[in-house]
Write a protein that binds this ligand. Structure first.
Ligand code: AMP
Ligand code: GLY
Length: 423
């Protein structure tokens, strides 16, 4: 069969690495892809958000299955468009993707179905939002309602910072229309974990646990990023907690969406805060996590393609995924300056040496080819992912890969996975 993957980051490289292992697959296309992906798939020059052009391409090439990586095409309705053209596609439709696309939508869903999360209120008026912050006090969390590329959440440690965030979002409109409404919610303490489940809208197939490292610097300092590294499994998610997450969060979410007339199919990403062994939802995403996909997919033993097809067809029957009994750790190499401004176009050395290392994959995210040389072309550039028999072995493997690779001002965290070791 022919598969099209939409997107061009580390997550899509990892998806293609895994899809390429399936005996069912003859040919993989990726739109737009990147130089790392180009080693496994044919990259086509169509942007991930050009959803009509993508549909026309899929139709013309007789693509058997399309897999969508990022959230924006999902919230634009790529799934609705493909389905209307009779094309099979993995991911939630436009209405269901609001679970990520609108914080108000997801908070209301959680309230309706008693899914544990932070207390909150939504506001469309600035004065009312400020009054609520003064009444509640700090710490408190301010979120722009719509998609803001992971930057629309401000965890305010004092009232002034919270009010400044509301001013930025509602008066200065720094996130544009994504800030027409704000959600203000209770600050939750605890340890974060990412939980993923495949679903066809009714049946649920949970993945192994994983954890992201959101802050840019070691010891979780500095601003939030898209993710500086990840590992799987995450020891904070015990077998007991796994079952509790499925029962109290994932199942009521999927059942609730179906009961509300907008069944959710694809992969559901639940960001959780764990405190005293109890999970509460921080947010939902309508897609695979990046970089969590990198370690998870390296650990996955089962063929992913039948699972993606079954979700897309509403025929998910499989009740377990097989995993390699190994740990995986992904260290993100970022451009110096990220998540703020950075210089692009710097040549990257050492990729060939890293490729020689066994049980190591260097997933490309923000790279480009310039005059025959791979250069940095984004904030997060590479996801160096190692497998090992223990967390320590996986950490050592990933950092052995990192040691080979260099470019001017490369930045990475030196403590990825350390939290798993401390348990
Ligand atoms: P989100 O985009 O909703 O995932 O938020 C980004 C990050 O902000 C999360 O990964 C958390 O680290 C933090 N965050 C969001 N909501 C809360 C909350 N209610 N309490 C504490 N931290 C939060
Ligand atoms: N790792 C965070 C995200 O994918 O949103």
């Amino acid at each position: 069969m022919k598969v099209l993957v939409v997107g061009g980051g580390g997550r899509e490289h990892a998806l293609i690495y895994k899809i390429a292992q399936s005996p069912l697959v003859e040919k993989i296309y990726c739109a737009p892809g990147n130089p790392g992906i180009a080693e496994l798939a044919e990259c086509v020059h169509i942007g991930a958000e050009e959803i009509e052009t993508l549909r026309d391409f899929a139709k013309a090439e007789q693509i058997d299955l399309t897999v969508v990586g990022p959230e924006v095409p999902l919230t634009m309705g790529i799934v609705d468009l493909f389905q209307a053209a009779g094309l099979e596609i993995f991911g939630p439709n436009r209405v269901a993707a609001q679970i990520e696309g609108s914080k108000g939508f997801s908070k209301d869903l959680m309230a309706r179905y008693n899914i544990p999360t932070a207390a909150y209120r939504s506001f469309t008026e600035h004065a009312a939002a400020v009054a609520y912050i003064k009444e509640q006090g700090a710490p408190i969390v301010v979120k722009a309602d719509g998609l803001a590329a992971g930057k629309g959440v401000i965890v305010a440690m004092d009232e002034a910072q919270a009010i400044a965030a509301v001013d930025d979002i509602m008066l200065d409109k720094v996130f544009g229309s994504a800030g027409a409404s704000v959600v203000i919610e209770e600050f939750m303490e605890g340890e974060e974990a990412s939980f993923f489940a495949f679903t066809d809208g009714r049946n649920i197939l949970p993945l192994a646990s994983s954890q992201d490292h959101k802050r840019v610097n070691d010891n979780d300092e500095g601003p939030n990023t898209g993710g500086m590294g990840a590992y799987s499994p995450a020891p904070v998610v015990t077998a007991e907690l796994h079952d509790e997450i499925v029962a109290t969060v994932v199942k009521p979410t999927i059942d609730g969406m179906a009961a509300d007339g907008c069944p959710y199919s694809g992969i559901l990403y639940v960001g959780l805060m764990i405190k005293n062994g109890k999970p509460r939802v921080v947010e939902y995403n309508a897609r695979f996590g990046d970089p969590e996909a990198q370690p998870l997919l390296m650990r996955m033993k089962s063929d992913i393609v039948p699972v993606l097809q079954a979700c897309a067809r509403g025929e998910l029957q499989q009740d377990a995924i097989e995993w390699y009994d190994k740990s995986a750790v992904c260290v993100v190499l970022a451009s110096g300056g990220y998540p703020a401004a950075f210089v692009k176009g710097l040549p990257i050395s050492g990729l060939a040496a890293a490729a020689e290392i066994e049980d190591l994959m260097v997933f490309h995210a923000g790279t480009a080819l310039k005059d025959g040389q791979i250069v940095n072309n984004g904030g997060r550039v590479l996801g160096v992912t190692g497998l090992g028999d223990s967390v320590q072995a996986a950490i050592d493997k990933a950092y052995a890969g990192v040691a080979q690779i260099d470019w001017p001002q490369v930045h990475f965290r030196k403590d990825i996975g350390a939290r798993a070791l401390n348990r």
